[in-house]
Design a protein around this ligand. Structure first.
Ligand code: CTP
Length: 408
């Protein structure tokens, strides 16, 4: 799992997992693990067809509890008289993955003829469905109609992806990546306190080209910004990411504008900013760009002396520009990666760039800054509130930043 998807802290939340008959059933073992790493409790129901592919023991061994099977079993622990109602009372989210054509039809019709379909009908909370089936079954008019019905009934639908399936056919029908199903669960569990907000996040390094093959840049991986973007996304915001060169990927319903240079990032951000409610600019923007040598490759030995001299021009300050053009109600967060005096620098940049909140770190400290999944931040806001946070996973830093911005 990518580090910016690894949110935790969902203590006390329970996800009930319904597994139906598909070769993809083994993949949801990874979903159980991911949910547990996020501190969720997991319970499960395996239909009769699911048990042809995976066993209840696989889920029990991982700590899923209870694990339901038959409605009318002799006397297994989980299959109590009211097992068909229990997840509806105890779980916060229900996710059916993989969902066969059969269960989708039953959910659409409200049929309740086995443990899982009864539990789904009696479940009042958010329900997520992630199908997996043969592409011809997925494309069948009856399945299309049932799938539309699930949307009308309020189900969160995680579409299957295209690819080759077990029987050798190719097309849409493969179970969506477990990461996507995991994110749908977290989103259903997270407070939606940024719902309706448009949020701009910059992340990653910029690259400033010098000749045909060389550029000036820095080692930013973009992880901190990606965590900020994902935290806002999980809390319901409509997020647009402006990303420098990183290998990171994001959910397909998040807008991502890819840029290379600081000037491209500046153009994208100044264009987007008037329509945004909030901005968090984490990108490691190059303050200067080399005056280009040219379109071709510089060849060694072609300069007059032993070395070469590269001249630099100043890049625009994106954060400062957005701060200066902030309208009433817009909120702006900046970052400051420092090698000395993070507190003083934070105060200076907060005022100078017209920010509502700034998060500063000392990149010389172990576990804080580039290339690690943790950060140790000093946070200062325009109301004078200041906090020193301990070393925390970047996901948690991101979550706390939005909490802090929403304080009033
Ligand atoms: N930033 C920006 N555009 C720039 C430079 C920085 O948007 N051209 C943003 C960064 O994304 C970060 C904040 O400004 O949110 C602070 O960046 P930093 O590099 O720490 O500070 P600088 O403003 O470059 O100042 P200094 O060189 O004095 O540290």
């Amino acid at each position: 799992m990518q580090p910016h998807y690894g949110f935790a802290g969902f203590m006390g939340k329970r996800v009930h997992l319904g597994v139906t008959g598909s070769i993809a059933a083994f993949k949801v073992i990874d979903l159980v693990r991911a949910l547990q790493r996020a501190d969720c409790m997991v319970s499960a129901t395996l239909t009769e067809a699911a048990r042809q592919f995976v066993t209840p023991l696989s889920f029990q061994a991982l700590g899923a509890s209870p694990v339901y099977t038959d409605m009318f079993a002799e006397n297994p622990d989980a299959d109590t008289a009211f097992g068909h109602l229990e997840p509806g009372q105890a779980a916060d989210v229900m996710v059916i993955a993989p969902a066969s054509a059969n269960i989708i039809a039953k959910l659409a019709m409200g049929l309740a003829d086995d443990m899982l379909s009864c539990q789904a009908l009696a479940f009042p909370g958010p329900k997520i469905v992630a199908p997996a089936m043969n592409p011809r079954m997925w494309a069948a008019p009856a399945t299309r109609r049932n799938w539309d019905t699930l949307e009308a009934l309020g189900y969160v639908r995680v579409d299957p992806e295209c690819g080759s399936v077990a029987c050798g056919d190719t097309g849409a029908g493969r179970l969506a990546p477990v990461d996507d199903i995991f994110l749908a669960c977290l989103k259903a569990l997270a407070p939606q306190d940024l719902a309706g907000k448009k949020v701009l996040v910059t992340l990653g390094p910029t690259r400033e080209p010098w000749d045909a093959v060389r550029f000036w840049s820095n080692p930013s991986s973009g992880t901190m910004g990606a965590c900020v973007a994902m935290a806002a996304y999980l809390r319901g915001a409509d997020v647009t990411v402006v990303a420098g060169s990183t290998g990171l990927s994001f959910p397909c319903d998040m807008a991502v504008v890819s840029v290379t240079t600081a000037r491209q990032m500046y153009a994208a951000c100044t264009d987007l900013w008037p329509n945004m409610d909030m901005g968090c600019l984490t990108a490691a923007v190059a303050d200067y760009r080399p005056v280009p040598f040219g379109e071709t490759k510089f060849k060694k030995g072609t300069s007059a002396g032993a070395g070469i001299t590269v001249e630099f021009e100043t890049n625009p300050d994106i954060l400062k520009t957005l701060g200066e053009t902030k309208r009433d109600g817009q909120k702006l967060i900046g970052f400051a990666a420092e090698t000395g005096n993070p507190r003083e620098e934070a105060a200076r940049k907060l005022a100078n760039k017209h920010l509502d909140l700034i998060a500063a770190n000392d990149i010389a400290k172990t576990g804080s800054g580039f290339g690690v999944t943790t950060n140790e931040m000093f946070v200062l806001d325009a109301k004078g509130r200041r906090e020193q946070w301990p070393q925390l996973p970047k996901t948690e830093v991101a979550w706390r930043l939005w909490d802090h911005l929403l304080l009033d």
